[in-house]
Write a protein that binds this ligand. Structure first.
Ligand code: GLP
Length: 246
């Protein structure tokens, strides 16, 4: 893992955005693995700024999103499809026909077939996968437990995830209880991965990635230790909080 301690969250976002922009400049038809969540918002804003400045075009890029809430209509403001439209797709020239975010309302088997088609149907792996981490240590929505799941599937969300994501809803009761998500093997097949870790709430998950050499289904994020090309962007405040030294 390449671990970079950045000055602050903004600097982490700048570095992550730069990795995507440089990739697409060099490989316009790159396949991008995208994430949602509060951490990623600024990264998309910065990528869209580079598009507006004429630095990069996304019109040939393909994207696959990590996850979507099950039962959530695509046009609901809380859907991850709406999130992607708002923060990134509608701000750039991306061709939405080349974007995949699982449909939360489709029958499960049908949607999982589409998910696998988006991931593998073109015979190409994701060039660069963006990740955040959940308070529970999840990546995508792969929650900790006795085992993890390799392929795309429906995952039951843990109470801590429902609580953490309740800020995007009127009440915790409105947070969907399940989600479609890429599986662990899907994520680990990406050519490169960049994960942005920021905020005190992520201290335990960050420790599980950086402070020991263990890989455990209790901390899905720890499986990134198995991957050959992971960039961890950790801001100084969080590094100090967990006592991580470069
Ligand atoms: C969400 C998403 C993850 C994201 C994580 C952190 O629930 N499923 O892909 O990385 O939780 O979100 P945030 O950045 O809002 O803390």
């Amino acid at each position: 893992m390449k671990i970079t301690i950045t000055e602050n969250y903004e600097a982490s976002c700048q570095q992550a955005a730069k990795m995507f922009v440089e990739l697409v400049k060099n490989k316009p038809d790159a396949k991008l693995g995208l994430a949602t969540g509060g951490t990623a918002e600024r990264i998309y804003e910065l990528m869209a700024k580079d598009y507006e400045a004429g630095e990069v075009k996304f019109n040939k890029a393909k994207t696959v999103n990590l996850d979507e809430y099950r039962g959530m209509p695509a046009d609901s403001p809380q859907s991850y499809r709406s999130y992607m439209d708002h923060w990134f797709f509608d701000r750039t020239d991306i061709d939405k026909a080349n974007t995949y975010v699982a449909s939360g309302t489709a029958p499960v088997e049908e949607e999982l077939a589409k998910f696998n088609e988006a991931l593998y149907g073109d015979g190409k792996y994701i060039d660069l996968q963006l990740l955040g981490v959940g308070v529970s240590g999840h990546i995508g929505f792969n929650e900790p437990g006795d085992f993890l799941t390799a392929g795309a599937h429906v995952e039951a969300l843990l109470p801590s995830t429902i609580e953490a994501n309740a800020r995007f809803f009127d009440s915790p009761d409105d947070v969907p209880r399940e989600a479609f998500t890429m599986g662990m093997a899907d994520i680990l097949k990406a050519e490169r991965i960049v994960i942005v870790m920021s905020g005190d709430a992520k201290a335990d998950a960050t420790k599980a990635l950086l402070m020991d050499d263990k890989i455990s289904a209790k901390w899905p994020v720890s499986f990134l230790k198995l991957h050959r090309d992971v960039t961890v962007l950790l801001d100084k405040a969080l590094a100090d909080k967990i006592g991580y030294k470069a």
